[in-house]
Design a protein around this ligand. Structure first.
Ligand SMILES: [Zn+2]
Length: 330
């Protein structure tokens, strides 16, 4: 089974040299004890996913850890300001913009438990191994551009951190959990965005942490099983939450998740039809409406054009492999 690395890397390769470091993530209080650190997602730089920090009786729970060192540092700064240790990390899925910060956070808090599905095991031998080879080549090709090389090297080092990205507590089944003394519900979705995704519902504030099941300005299909992802969105839409935090983009009330879901299903239906790819992109922009800020529309078009052409209408065997029965997630 060969898996080709997807567009996020291609977009980063096309970036102008010496892309500046990401800014410090914006921090918002969503509810008492629940803080969002917004991950940056802009053209030309590898993204950071959103991080959510929850105050729990035994310390902080960190949901997703970002990719860049600056993002992880902001999480550490927050922990310092709160005067609390990071007691637990929960990773929604193994993409590097969601697990990359594990390395830095675990170095500072070696006792922290890390909760995730076991899907990263297959990724380290498959998608991430293939991505690593591409990074090594890209470093050679960028010999005249040391700053670009540094960016690739940082990325490669994350993959080489391997086991420090992996969970200490493997979640293979959905259900209520006590994490750092706080009652949450974990939902395993496998496969969807990856071979094994995790959502967290905070029962105290009725906030749903959806990871990349909800991604703006567009869903990213690099490692996805689109049909199962659609089913997962239907299940989220049927659940009772007050607010949802996506993997990328702004928090939303329930009705906006319903809108996202309609736009997502519309995009899949268009890609499966004979309609022109440009119509599918225009449909996504129209259906998602206010979910996509004006400043992000051009980026949304670039992403959707890419995914319709190269993934949704691309190599069918790749989608089939992504949709195959998941490996044992233990
Ligand atoms: Zn992501």
């Amino acid at each position: 089974m060969s898996i080709v690395t997807g567009s996020l890397f291609a977009l980063a390769l096309a970036a102008s040299p010496a892309t500046p470091a990401p800014p410090k993530p914006a921090t918002t209080t969503l509810a008492p004890g629940v803080t969002l650190l917004r991950g940056e997602f802009v053209p030309g730089r590898q993204p950071d996913g959103n991080t959510i920090v929850v105050d729990a009786p035994q310390g902080l729970i960190v949901f997703d850890t970002g990719r860049h060192a600056e993002h992880a540092q902001a999480v550490l700064d927050l922990a310092k300001a709160r005067g609390k240790p990071i007691a637990a990390i929960v990773n929604s899925h193994w993409h590097l913009d969601h697990v990359g910060g594990n390395v830095k956070l675990r170095a500072a808090f070696p006792e922290a438990k890390v909760y995730a599905t076991g899907a990263i095991d297959a990724a380290l031998g498959g998608f991430l191994a293939s991505y690593r080879r591409q990074l090594a080549q890209a470093i050679d090709m960028a010999a005249s551009d040391p700053k670009k090389q540094d960016g690739y090297r940082a990325e490669l080092a994350l993959i080489d951190a391997g086991e420090r990205l992996q969970p200490t507590e493997r979640i293979a089944a959905s259900g209520p959990r006590d994490i750092a003394g706080r009652r949450v519900e974990l939902q395993v979705v496998a496969p969807a965005v990856t071979g094994g995704d995790l959502t967290l519902f905070d029962t105290v504030t009725r906030t749903l942490f959806a990871g990349d099941l909800v991604t703006l300005p567009a869903p990213l299909f690099d490692t996805a099983c689109p049909a199962r992802w659609s089913a997962a969105l239907a299940a989220l839409d049927a659940s009772d939450f007050k607010r949802l935090v996506p993997g990328h983009g702004a928090p939303m009330p329930h009705e906006q998740l319903s809108q996202y879901r309609r736009a997502f299903d519309g995009l899949l239906a268009c890609a499966a039809s004979k309609r022109a790819a440009a119509e599918c992109t225009a449909g996504w922009i129209a259906d998602a409406g206010a979910l996509i800020p004006d400043a992000e529309q051009a980026f949304a078009r670039t992403l959707v054009d890419y995914y319709v052409g190269n993934v949704l209408r691309g190599d069918a065997s790749r989608l089939e492999a992504n949709c195959a029965a998941p490996n044992d997630l233990h």
